[in-house]
Design a protein around this ligand. Structure first.
Ligand SMILES: Cc1cc2nc3c(=O)[nH]c(=O)nc-3n(C[C@H](O)[C@H](O)[C@H](O)COP(=O)(O)O)c2cc1C
Ligand code: SF4
Length: 679
């Protein structure tokens, strides 16, 4: 069986696992882990043990090259988040340890160096953001509200020198390659972007930006010599309607970079000016969205081209390479979710790849909070230095009750540790709340995670009992050493006037039932969320930005119904709708809702339901909105009736996930993992 899989992988993924060359370097395959800043550095820019072990694991997982990033040329002035620094010789020992860890796993070690330019803020950089010209963000930016200061010519010369000095440190620290970050709207990108670079001197416009890059690259090359590779990351397109880099400019830039002696071009896309409804590489945007740009640029240059964006399927990666659209594929978040993606693909163990679901919640959305990133589906991320999933000292008989994300995660890790696991799920499907998320047309990736758990539990020998409730009487039958309660939560029914009146219209339903497709919904709908009603999260704990799941259910039910052509009102009692949803999900999501004609209102209270409509109140005025269906999603309450019944009946009892406190998938999956390490 195993051999057969090997053969499939060997024959079908030939190109992906073929060695490839970038300048003087030979990579063991065509897979690059691109720069993914993780906020693992110390606040003063030093490399940590956490980072070293995290990257060691990813190198051991089989990628051809890791681009570590981004390290900043001035600290803290050039940082955008908690970047590491390469701005002083005192950083060399830490950077050297990191390069060594990467190389020890067989990957080439490349370091990305950058200056954030206008995409930072004074509170992070401890200095005012700078730019070739003082151009603010087009729509004003939630992240970067300050208008940047124009750089003087002396400052530009200093920046060029600082990149050269950073490259020298990379060499002294033993890195194989350097990548210059000229994508995503950071400083080097701004020089190349005619929309932002309006300087009137020799560094102005695209021509001036290329002059700047030529001088900078010359300085870097002088410092690294010819036996280190030099890469530049650029945008194929910026996707900014008002202007910016398009394929026309990126062609010119790529050709110029080749002339300046660069060894490879790494193509990406978007800046913080981008206002694309599919957003920041969320699960709503199709895999390989930018491959066309790599293909076009590859035709214009003779150096290798790398392409990125949701390339998680090894066969798709192979296709991109085999069709000559790029020379290397960059795989970022999938290597966060499963560092062994390359190894498993090479061995044909596709079903063992823990899928990235492109939710952005653990990674991108955490990045901007300045906390260390994590991963929804991989609780080990960033903890490689401190924990191990080791075999249990004494294998136990464990019952897990509930097949939602928390229960699935617990069952998987318990079984990996050698425990005998029986999982009870009262419905006939595994997934719990994850299933309901798939109700939205833009959340389909989550199905891959459920499939992963189904297959892993089967392979690990977990006894899955579908359609069966675990009752206290069953303790005597199963005699568990430990019971893990992961029974989830159920929607709270608000005590609203008229809610039980049974009007023909509006019919009253909850958002989870809408997502599950269990109820009929009319053509005109009002969805109520984020009230201060929920006593479990917002009400009792007073967590200002809590994510109890009610907001998620509401917005995804909104998206489902709006995409079916219904007229939807989405109202929230808070000053923000669904405050718990992260930035990179929220912006494209609300763009989509806006384009679909959803009518959204904040600071609105639903006062009651009346025959034919819903009475809402905002700014002191009451109005009746006539709708066919009223959907509520105002909070969840833990389903844990089993807890009291089992207390003192079993040797060990644990309550996890929503059954402990309603929250999101990240917390549920991590809870399951943690409890499984304890038993
Ligand atoms: C948490 C996070 C941090 C990132 N930091 C950087 C960075 O420092 N430099 C960079 O060029 N790209 C950065 N990226 C973008 C990734 O390199 C990559 O282009 C993006 O994740 C899309 O690839 P994927 O779909 O394979 O994840 C970051 C991405 C994530 C998720
Ligand atoms: S947090 Fe979500 S998007 Fe980020 S790596 Fe993990 S699964 Fe993928």
């Amino acid at each position: 069986m195993r051999r057969g899989k090997y053969v499939v992988a060997y024959h079908c993924l030939k190109k992906l696992f073929e060695p490839g060359r970038i300048g003087p370097l030979e990579l063991r395959n065509r897979i690059v882990m691109p720069a993914v800043c993780e906020n693992f550095a110390t606040d003063d820019g030093f490399i940590t043990e956490r980072a070293i072990e995290y990257y060691r694991r990813r190198s051991q997982g089989g990628v051809g090259m890791i681009i570590y990033g981004a390290s900043v040329i001035y600290h803290p002035q050039a940082r955008a988040v908690i970047n590491s620094a390469i701005s002083d010789d005192k950083y060399i020992p830490g950077l050297a340890k990191l390069a060594e860890a990467i190389k020890s796993g067989g990957a080439k070690a490349c370091i990305q160096i950058m200056h954030a330019g206008r995409q930072t803020k004074s509170s992070i950089a401890k200095a005012h953001p700078v730019c070739p010209s003082p151009v603010p963000f087009i729509r004003g930016s939630l992240l970067y509200p300050e208008v940047p200061r124009e750089l003087t010519k002396d400052e530009i010369h200093d920046i060029i020198k600082a990149f050269g000095a950073a490259a020298r440190r990379a060499r002294e620290a033993g890195w194989d390659a350097v990548e210059l970050h000229a994508a995503h709207g950071y400083l080097l990108h701004s020089f190349l972007n005619p929309y932002v670079n309006m300087r009137k001197d020799e560094y102005g416009g695209l021509e001036g930006g290329l002059r700047f890059m030529e001088e900078l690259i010359g300085g870097v090359r002088d410092n690294i010599g010819k036996d280190m590779a030099l890469l530049v990351r650029i945008n194929g397109e910026d996707y900014v309607a008002e202007g910016g880099i398009t394929l026309v400019e990126s062609h010119i830039i790529a050709k110029a970079l080749e002339k300046f002696g660069v060894d490879a071009i790494n193509i990406s896309g978007r800046t913080r000016d981008t206002n694309h409804p599919l957003g920041d590489a969320s699960m709503a945007s199709p895999p390989g969205t930018w491959v066309y740009a790599a293909e076009a640029i590859k035709k214009a240059v003779n150096i290798p081209v790398i392409i990125v964006h949701r390339i998680y399927d090894p066969f798709y990666a192979e296709q991109i390479l085999a069709e000559g659209k790029a020379d290397f594929v960059a795989v970022a978040r999938q290597t966060l979710a499963d560092p062994e993606w390359p190894l498993k693909a090479r061995e044909g163990r596709f079903e063992d790849i823990r899928p990235c679901i492109y939710c952005n919640e653990g990674c991108y959305d955490t990045l901007w909070t300045l906390k260390p990133i994590t991963c929804t589906v991989n609780p080990m991320l960033g903890r490689e230095y401190e924990i191990k999933v080791a075999p249990a000292d004494k294998p136990k008989n464990v019952v897990v009750v509930g097949g939602g994300p928390a229960g699935l995660s617990a069952a998987e890790t318990l079984a990996r540790r050698g425990h005998k696991v029986t999982l009870f799920e009262k419905s006939y499907k595994l997934g719990g709340m994850l299933i309901y998320s798939i109700g939205s047309p833009f959340r389909q990736e989550i199905a891959r995670l459920i499939k992963y758990y189904e297959v892993q539990l089967y392979k690990l020998g977990v006894d899955v009992k579908l359609g069966k409730e675990f009752t206290p009487e069953m303790v005597d039958v199963y005699r568990p050493d430990a019971v893990v309660i992961a029974t989830g939560a159920e929607p709270i029914v608000p005590k609203l006037e008229g809610i039980n009146a049974g009007y023909d219209t509006p019919k009253v339903v909850n958002a989870v039932d809408v997502l599950a497709g269990r109820v009929k919904v009319g053509d005109k709908v009002l969805i109520w969320t984020c009230s201060f009603y929920c006593p479990y999260v917002c009400g009792t704990l007073k967590r200002a930005r809590a994510a109890c799941g009610a907001g998620y259910a509401a917005v995804y039910a909104t998206e489902k119904l709006a995409s079916e052509g219904k007229l939807v009102y989405l109202v929230s009692e808070r000053s923000e709708i669904t405050p718990g949803i992260g930035f990179t999900t929220r912006v494209p999501l609300f763009n989509r809702l806006f384009f679909m004609g959803v009518k959204m209102a904040k600071n609105v209270r639903v006062k009651g339901i009346t025959d034919g409509g819903v009475i809402v109140s905002g700014a002191g005025v009451d109005t009746k909105i006539a709708v066919d269906t009223f959907v509520y999603s105002v909070g969840f309450k833990p389903s844990r009736s089993l807890v009291d019944a089992l207390r003192n009946k079993v040797p060990e009892l644990y309550v996890i996930g929503d059954a402990a406190l309603p929250s999101n998938a990240v917390n549920a999956i991590h809870d399951g993992f943690e409890v499984a390490l304890k038993i």
